[in-house]
Design a protein around this ligand. Structure first.
Ligand code: PEP
Ligand code: MN
Length: 361
């Protein structure tokens, strides 16, 4: 895969984009005044790339579905008056043609679209021979392969300026987030395609403005390349995603407060880090040996259940066990969420092992 790490947008050689790359602007374009006032605010906060949705994918019909092509003219005003680069979401070939016709600098593929290979392929085909940076949001479902697939489709169409956007994932579980961040997924994407710049979208992860700063800081501490933050001149009156948008002043305050840590470990720090990491490696080795020991007992129990015709799962045993592990974990200040995930994984693997034993012979 040829991915160009230089994010310099095509139409504007002089824009200097350094980490963190910040994209900011409203969820939706609503009026020329709203666009311009917000754009001036984000430019004053030091931002170089302005976002606004022209066509909005809404969960239910009859919600505000974007102003459509009309809004593309307002981008021109923003470009002219502020010098900002402008970015919008495209979900089909018509959107691509319209966005290109009106000189949009950067396009992005939304989370619902990147989950659909047919739609991504159509967009890719309409981009053949075009030079424009494309940002690709993670699909709504937590599937790294699907995200990689969308990136490959766009890359195969000849687009080299590709950026990934981590915007969180839909889940059934209740959580403080609108979309669960599942940080291990963008981390895995970067392991597979290390050259791809990664932006985090704290707005769609959080769903509420109070959580935005912490998510931004976490993305920076994971050495991601930037952030895309929904910003509106009057957030409470926004026609979409009102609760998660911040004012340009709040954006400036968030960006000002971010701590940018060093991604490289300096020589003199390397030694102490190596000593501590060595301890971790040894402990992990012990942990795996313990799990192995536990698994052989799981196997013995499996044989016993098979010989005595007992079901693998007994609800009460699992319930008692989890409660007990939560209490133990609590004494060591290990979070309920972590203990539940850890023991659910161990329990699932034990069930798998016993299922194999039951079906043998
Ligand atoms: C958006 O950026 O406004 C948007 C619709 O995002 P997502 O595709 O992440 O839901
Ligand atoms: Mn939005």
């Amino acid at each position: 895969m040829v991915v160009d790490v230089d994010l310099k947008p095509i139409n504007s050689d002089e824009v200097d984009l350094k980490r963190p790359i910040i994209v900011a602007g409203p969820c939706s374009a609503e009026s020329e005044e709203q666009m311009l006032e917000t754009a001036k605010g984000v430019a004053a906060a030091g931002v170089k790339i302005f976002r606004a949705g022209i066509w909005k994918p809404r969960t239910r019909p009859n919600a505000f579905e974007g102003v459509g092509t009309e809004g593309l003219k307002w981008f021109k005003t923003v470009q002219k008056e502020t010098g900002l680069l402008v970015a919008t979401e495209v979900a089909n070939t018509k959107h691509v043609y319209e966005a290109l016709k009106y000189g949009v600098d950067i396009i992005w593929i939304g989370a619902r679209t990147s989950a659909n290979p047919f739609a991504v392929q159509d967009i890719a085909d309409s981009l053949r021979g075009v030079k424009i940076p494309v940002m690709i949001k993670n699909p709504v479902n937590p599937d790294v392969d699907l995200w990689v697939g969308a990136i490959e489709r766009i890359n195969n169409a000849g687009i080299q300026q590709i950026v990934a956007i981590h915007r969180g994932f839909s889940t059934y579980d209740k959580s403080i987030f609108r979309n669960a961040p599942h940080w291990q997924l963008p981390i895995e994407l970067r392991r597979r395609i290390p050259e791809i710049p990664m932006l985090t979208d704290p707005s769609h992860i959080a769903g509420k403005r109070e959580l935005i700063y912490d998510i931004c800081q976490k993305a920076m501490d994971l050495n991601f390349d930037g952030l895309i933050i929904e910003t509106h001149c009057n957030p409470d009156k926004a026609l979409s995603d009102a609760k998660q948008q911040v004012t340009p002043d709040a954006l400036k305050e968030i960006l000002g407060r971010l701590i940018l840590r060093d991604p490289e470990v300096k020589e003199q720090l390397m030694l102490s880090l190596a000593v501590m990491r060595d301890k971790i490696d040894k402990l992990d080795d012990k942990l795996i040996n313990l799990i192995d020991e536990r698994m052989s007992i799981v196997g013995e129990i499996g044989e016993y259940k098979k010989d005595n015709n007992i079901t693998i799962l007994q609800n009460k045993r699992w319930d008692d066990m989890l409660k007990n592990r939560l209490t133990l974990g609590n004494k060591h200040k290990l979070s309920e969420d972590f203990i539940t995930k850890l023991f659910s994984a161990i329990h699932q693997e034990s069930i798998n092992k016993q299922t194999t034993i039951m079906n043998e012979g």
